[in-house]
Design a protein. Structure first.
Length: 454
């Protein structure tokens, strides 16, 4: 298959294209202009189609128009790379759906925005499936297509890692050892949150993997987006996270997430330990129980040092308030032994059942008498809590006073995806349980926190 254009490939892309045995799914993520679509669709996918013994295959994008523009007719698109491929955009007498004829095979072009059309198409088994920007695809389409192929190639652009599609599909893939170090730590922690699936491979590509980009072009692209913005993290660094609508847009892993070793080197003088609990007993939602343990230093630092998160939806036997009481006590004891005593603890005041069980547990357990279990103070409006936290978080100009230790992965995730509602000027009622728990813990001591408090 000779192309009418020369297309240089990096060694990583060469290895990717040559990995044709022992792989069921390839997942491609990375920066803008890294060549994922060009090489993924035009080279690897078409090679897998050529090798397949099945006649029918699929390319899916948000719309058929997007597939034509970005995958089929673009420079270095499928028709450029494969002059022997024929595109029938309006179908033909044998196939009414848009399709590509290639080496005696048919590649249907689907838009996953049109449920009626893709449901009509997904009636049988296919050889190879390519899904463009799969993280924006209809989750029902993904569930339907995943078992109807021999090989599937998924590309995605950085987006909200809280979307169901990440844990259900994308995070099941793993990188080859040779390229594991190329995967950003943040993304690797997302992948490792999910049980891996054999023969599902993950690839992270950057500007440097696209040999058609000159250093001048790369520099121009990097200068076009302001550093420190979520857009910069998405497009230039290739990191996941919503680009707009975030409640805590200044939260940045480089500034606000630190290691335990970093903490030990600071010689902080700790003036307060505080613990709290936010609850949700639903077994039908992603809502969680969230326990938090934080410390406050004499220099105004609020440091989120430990968490425990439980979701009843993940359990065969859901937890009741009487189950949570001893678990919260164990959490407090673990952190007392590691950090120090948080005598006063704060519980979601909307959950009097749990508070009652904690008081009963304290009465029956002499060792628990060192703790008091109090109603969380909720008179401070949510918007005021958010404004205070954004002040603590800081920015490139203001030194942060809000630090999260890097093993607190649930809290880091919520800080990066907690968003404003689109229909009201208030935050969403989701992705906020460790945030609420943390707020219950620090609100009583807010005068001790911040860059001006010493």
């Amino acid at each position: 298959m000779k192309s009418r254009y020369e297309m240089p490939l990096s060694q990583k892309f060469i290895d990717f294209c040559n990995t044709v045995d022992g792989v069921d799914v390839d997942v491609l993520e990375g920066t803008t202009a890294s060549g994922k679509t060009t090489v993924g669709a035009g080279v690897k996918f078409m090679r897998m189609v050529s090798r397949s013994d099945k006649k029918l295959h699929i390319i899916a994008a948000k719309t058929t128009g997007i597939a034509e523009k970005n995958i089929i007719n673009s420079d270095f698109g499928i028709l450029d790379i494969h002059p022997n491929a024929i595109y029938c955009g309006n179908g033909d007498k044998n196939d009414k759906l848009p399709h590509i004829k290639f080496e005696g095979k048919i590649i249907y072009i689907l838009g996953y925005d049109n449920k009626d059309k893709w449901k009509m198409a997904l009636g049988g088994q296919y050889g190879c499936v390519y899904i463009d920007e799969c993280n924006t695809a209809d989750i029902e389409f993904m569930r339907e297509i995943v078992s109807r192929n021999d090989y599937m190639l998924l590309t995605l652009n950085p987006d909200d890692p809280g979307l169901a599609i990440y844990d259900e599909f994308i995070n099941r893939a793993r990188p080859y050892k040779k390229y594991a170090k190329d995967v950003p730590v943040e993304i690797m922690s997302d992948l490792e949150r999910v049980e891996p699936t054999a023969k599902w491979r993950y690839w992270f590509f950057t500007f440097n993997d696209n040999l058609s980009l000159t250093p001048e072009i790369i520099d121009k692209k990097m200068r076009s987006v302001p550093k420190g913005t979520k857009l910069y993290k998405n497009k230039i660094l290739g990191l996941r996270g919503r680009a707009t609508g975030l409640v805590f847009p200044n939260f940045d892993r480089e500034r606000n997430v630190k290691s335990l070793d970093w903490f030990k080197k600071q010689n902080f003088k700790i003036i307060k330990y505080t613990a709290a609990l936010d609850t949700s007993y639903s077994s039908k939602t992603t809502d969680t129980f969230a326990m938090s343990f934080q410390i406050i230093t004499d220099s105004g630092y609020l440091i989120y040092v430990d968490e425990e998160v439980i979701n009843n939806a993940d359990l065969q036997v859901p937890l009741a308030p009487s189950d949570i009481a001893p678990r919260f006590y164990e959490f407090l004891e673990r952190n007392r032994n590691k950090w120090g005593l948080s005598k006063d603890t704060f519980i979601d005041s909307a959950d009097q059942a749990t508070i009652t069980e904690l008081i009963k547990f304290r009465r029956k357990t002499p060792q628990a008498l060192i703790y008091t279990f109090q109603n969380a103070w909720k008179k401070m409006q949510i918007i005021d809590r958010i404004n205070l936290m954004n002040g603590y978080i800081g920015s490139s100009e203001i030194e942060p006073r809000y630090i999260v230790l890097n093993h607190c992965v649930h809290h880091i995730r919520e800080m990066e995806i907690y968003s404003w509602r689109e229909d009201k000027e208030e935050p969403e009622d989701a992705n906020d349980h460790t945030i609420n728990s943390g707020q219950y813990g620090w609100i009583p001591y807010k005068e001790m926190i911040g860059v001006y408090n010493k």
